[in-house]
Design a protein around this ligand. Structure first.
Ligand SMILES: Nc1ncnc2c1ncn2[C@@H]1O[C@H](COP(=O)(O)OP(=O)(O)OP(=O)(O)O)[C@@H](O)[C@H]1O
Length: 221
C-alpha cells in the first residue's frame, strides 16, 4: 500500500503539488504528463529519496527503479543479489534467491557475465530482478520500457504484471497511454507540477475532462 497526502516539493522555478494519492496492493497507478511536468520528482518523493516541504508519504517496503538502471561492477548474479544482501540476507541464500530472480527475467544463462556488458534491455531486466528478489510492497518505476525494443518491453511489462499479481503496488511513470491501459487501474496526469486529471484508466484515458490532457493524448502537447 502507498499513500501520500498534501505533498509539496519545490525546485527553483517549479512546484509539485499533490493533494492525495493512494495505491492498493496489486494495483498500478500510471503517471503521465509532458516533459518537465514533475513525474520523476513525484516518483522520488514517493520513494522517500526527496523530502517534501509539506505533506506525508506512507507505504511499505519501497523499491525505486530510475530510468537508467544503476548497476554495480561485478557479475549479473552479484547485482541481482545486492538488494537481498543489503537487507541482511546471508550470502548463500541471497545468491540462491538471486538465481531464481534471474531465471524469472530470463537472465540466468548470463549470471556469471559482467553486468556492465549487458544490453540496455537486459540491464533493465537485471534491475527488475534485483528489485523483485527482495519482494517489495511498492515498486516505483521511471519509464521502465523507454529505449527498449518491443520484445524487451513486452518482457518487462509481463514482469510488472506478475509483480502486481503477487500483491505489489506499482507507480509507473510512462509516456505511453497504451502501456498505462495494459498495466494500470488508475492514471494521473501532471501538468506543471499540478494534477490535471486522476481517475480509472479507461475513462481517464478515453474521456479526460481537462483540455490539456485531451491535447496531450492527441499528441498536441
Ligand atoms: N534535483 C533537481 N534540482 C533542481 N531542479 C530539479 C531537480 N529535479 C527536477 N528539477 C526540476 O523540476 C521540474 C520537473 O522535473 P521532472 O524531472 O520531475 O519532470 P518529468 O516530468 O519527470 O520530466 P521528463 O519526462 O523529461 O523526465 C523541472 O523543471 C526540473 O528542472
Amino acid at each position: 500500500m502507498l499513500r501520500a497526502e498534501g505533498v509539496q516539493k519545490t525546485w527553483p522555478g517549479f512546484r509539485l503539488r499533490l493533494a492525495f494519492l493512494h495505491v492498493e496492493p496489486g494495483q498500478a497507478l500510471a503517471v503521465l504528463g509532458p516533459s518537465g511536468s514533475g513525474k520523476s520528482t513525484l516518483l522520488r518523493v514517493l520513494a522517500g529519496l526527496e523530502a517534501p516541504e509539506e505533506g506525508r508519504v506512507e507505504g511499505g517496503f519501497r523499491v525505486y527503479l530510475p530510468q537508467t538502471p544503476l548497476l554495480l561492477k561485478g557479475s549479473v548474479l552479484e547485482n541481482a543479489a545486492f538488494g537481498l544482501r543489503l537487507k541482511g540476507v546471508g550470502r548463500r541464500e541471497a545468491l540462491a534467491r538471486a538465481e531464481e530472480a534471474l531465471e524469472e527475467v530470463g537472465l540466468l544463462s548470463k549470471a556469471h557475465l559482467r553486468a556492465q556488458g549487458l544490453s540496455g534491455g537486459e540491464k533493465v531486466r537485471l534491475a527488475l530482478a534485483r528489485a523483485l528478489a527482495v519482494g517489495p510492497e511498492v515498486l516505483l518505476l521511471d519509464e521502465p520500457t523507454a529505449n527498449l525494443d518491443p520484445a524487451n518491453a513486452r518482457m518487462v511489462e509481463a514482469l510488472l504484471a506478475r509483480a502486481k499479481a503477487r500483491g505489489a503496488a506499482l507507480v509507473l511513470v510512462t509516456h505511453s497511454p497504451a502501456q498505462a491501459r495494459r498495466l494500470a487501474e488508475r492514471a494521473l496526469f501532471l501538468f506543471q507540477g499540478e494534477v490535471a486529471e486522476e481517475g480509472p484508466v479507461p475513462q481517464a484515458l478515453r474521456e479526460p475532462r481537462d483540455p490539456r490532457v485531451r491535447a496531450f493524448l492527441e499528441g498536441d502537447f
